[in-house]
Design a protein around this ligand. Structure first.
Ligand SMILES: [Zn+2]
Length: 335
């Protein structure tokens, strides 16, 4: 089969190679891949940096494939053959207390498809059956666009305890995660304020947009006296997160799921405890949240935006152009 195989770090070390199709081990399924996304994590694997440093080479890239199950390993119901699925890249260990409690996102021994094992930028991929989610009714591209981003947003909004009528601040609202957070929060009945660097072209009705400008000065963009019951930060900026925490009201909860821009967080400790605030870091998602996220897309509550698309033949270009492509999920069409 053809596969985007990373033989050495750097884009020059990436080859569209012919390799043997993988065989499923016990508990695994084989998927004939239709689409896979391009993610920052792929670039980290290519560079051998950060979370991508865990990948041993050679490694087939691709963390979030969608396709059809065409084979199963021992212990997996053969009725799953023919099922259309999408893969959540985080594989929980299935043995720890967090996994036993259904809190797979806090499993300390997670492995990641396309990092710790071969991924889905290939004609076939094997994954544990538990992370191959049924996607009936969704195209492969839409499922790929949703599966890595929306569940973490669902996790963050759950963690912040967002309820109908809550005043919710979403910071970093202009990106893929931000859009998903806004749409889901509106669905929950929250009163949403969306803070972005640049104006939002098509914010849902009823969403208040505040533009912070390139300096991300949230305090200046908000009205004096603006206070929030909850905040969800997807900006990756600790500076912005600190400002969001400052804008929380009594008992306010903030959840964040990225720290990629800057990491030095400043909060007023006295205000934080006197106002009974809480701050929760969220990564990945529980399996039940992945299923809920897929259902939200199927119901039209959240509409994943798809940006550039590339055939597998153009995989080098897909990764090279990723940092500069227009908003929306970048998709590689494998088939
Ligand atoms: Zn575990």
């Amino acid at each position: 089969m053809r596969a985007a195989l990373l033989q050495a770090h750097g884009l020059d070390g990436l080859e569209l190679a012919h390799v043997d199709a993988p065989e499923p081990a016990a508990g695994e399924v084989v998927i004939r891949v239709e689409t896979v996304g391009v993610n920052q994590l792929d670039l980290n694997v290519i560079a051998g940096h950060g979370p991508g440093a865990a990948a041993k080479l050679p490694r087939v890239l691709g963390i979030d494939p969608a396709g059809e199950i065409v084979g199963v390993g021992e212990g997996v119901d053969a009725a799953r053959i023919g099922q259309h699925v999408v893969v959540k890249p985080n594989i929980p260990c299935g043995r720890c207390d967090a996994c036993a409690a259904g809190r797979e996102s806090t499993c300390p021994s997670q492995r990641v498809v396309g990092v710790h094992r071969d991924g889905g930028a290939a004609e076939y991929v094997t994954v544990p059956a538990v992370v191959a989610f049924e996607r009936s009714g969704l195209t492969a591209a839409t499922a790929t666009a949703a599966v890595h981003s929306l569940p973490i947003v669902v996790n963050a909004i759950d963690a912040a305890g967002v309820r109908a009528g809550d005043r919710l601040l979403v910071t970093g609202a202009g990106g893929v995660l931000g859009r998903a957070a806004i749409e889901y929060a509106v669905h929950l009945g929250a009163e949403v304020t969306a803070a972005t660097r640049h104006p939002l072209a098509d914010a849902p009705d009823g969403v208040r947009v505040v533009v912070t400008g390139p300096s991300a000065d949230l305090a200046a963009a908000l009205d004096a006296g603006d206070r929030f019951d909850a905040a969800v930060d997807v900006s990756g900026s600790a500076a912005l997160l600190g400002q969001a925490v400052a804008a929380l009201d009594w008992g306010g909860r903030a959840a964040f799921c990225s720290a990629s821009v800057d990491t030095r967080l400043t909060i007023d400790a006295r205000d934080f405890y006197l106002s009974r605030k809480r701050l929760i870091g969220v990564a990945s998602a529980d399996l039940a949240q992945v299923r809920r996220a897929i259902d939200l897309v199927r119901a039209g509550v959240v509409v994943p935006r798809i940006g550039a698309r590339y055939p597998l033949d153009a995989v080098h270009r897909a990764y090279r152009e990723f940092p500069t492509t227009t908003p929306g999920k970048v998709i590689i069409d494998v088939r």
